[in-house]
Design a protein around this ligand. Structure first.
Ligand SMILES: CC(C)(COP(=O)(O)OP(=O)(O)OC[C@H]1O[C@@H](n2cnc3c(N)ncnc32)[C@H](O)[C@@H]1OP(=O)(O)O)[C@@H](O)C(=O)NCCC(=O)NCCS
Length: 181
């Protein structure tokens, strides 16, 4: 039987475990490093997936930029829980949050573009993301050799890929996001 996961907004007490969850992917160059302090300061961006035994199985953030643009950041699922649809459910929850906040363009810079393509994202170019370029990329030491692929979704047009899954997670039942899905 597939384990059931609870998706919920992150709380401050999740910061240390989120940090530990992200570290192996940071070491592999898949995620940017986020300090525990950064995670606390930005904890409202994060949604977490909690495994039946209470440990964090995954998490991800939706970070708002200017205008109607938001970025999915730090999406991670613990290796032992991969392939069970958890990453897709986390993205669905983040997209529901984007809708709630009327962020209609959601993008990600990722080493896993195929994962996002399956969810309705398309490839874009950095020139289409001036908010990201000027806020973050220009100061990044990896800029000249960035291997991340920019992907984007028009949230208004997107058929939420796993809205059902997000609702099943229990997250939407306790959030005003339900109304937006
Ligand atoms: C990307 C990630 C979050 C996906 O989590 P997950 O829970 O395994 O995702 P799902 O189970 O919802 O996968 C849905 C589909 O995408 C595919 N997929 C998952 N990860 C993938 C990846 N890295 N590259 C390409 N396809 C991937 C799966 O094979 C699955 O396809 P299937 O249904 O045909 O088997 C997870 O692999 C991860 O934590 N990767 C390391 C960190 C990372 O690269 N994050 C993205 C940065 S934005």
């Amino acid at each position: 039987m597939r384990p059931s996961f609870q998706l919920r907004p992150a709380r401050l007490y999740d910061a240390a475990e989120l940090h530990a969850l992200q570290q192996p992917f940071v070491a592999q160059g898949l995620l940017l490093p986020r300090s525990p302090r950064y995670l606390c300061e930005n904890i409202r961006d994060y949604v977490v997936a909690v495994a039946p035994e209470g440990r964090l199985a995954g998490g991800g953030a939706l970070h708002f930029l200017d205008g109607d643009v938001a970025e999915i950041q730090s999406l991670a699922v613990a290796p032992r829980f991969r392939g069970a649809g958890l990453g897709s459910r986390l993205v669905a929850a983040l997209l529901a949050s984007a809708r709630e906040h009327q962020a209609w363009k959601v993008f990600a810079l990722t080493h896993a573009p195929e994962f996002f393509f399956r969810l309705g994202f398309t490839r874009t170019v950095m020139a289409e993301l001036p908010q990201k370029l000027t806020h973050d990329c220009l100061g990044c030491p990896k800029l000249a050799n960035c291997q991340q692929v920019p992907v984007i979704a028009d949230v208004f047009a997107l058929r939420l890929p796993a809205a059902g899954a997000a609702a099943q997670s229990g997250l939407l039942a306790e959030q005003p996001w339900e109304a937006a899905v």
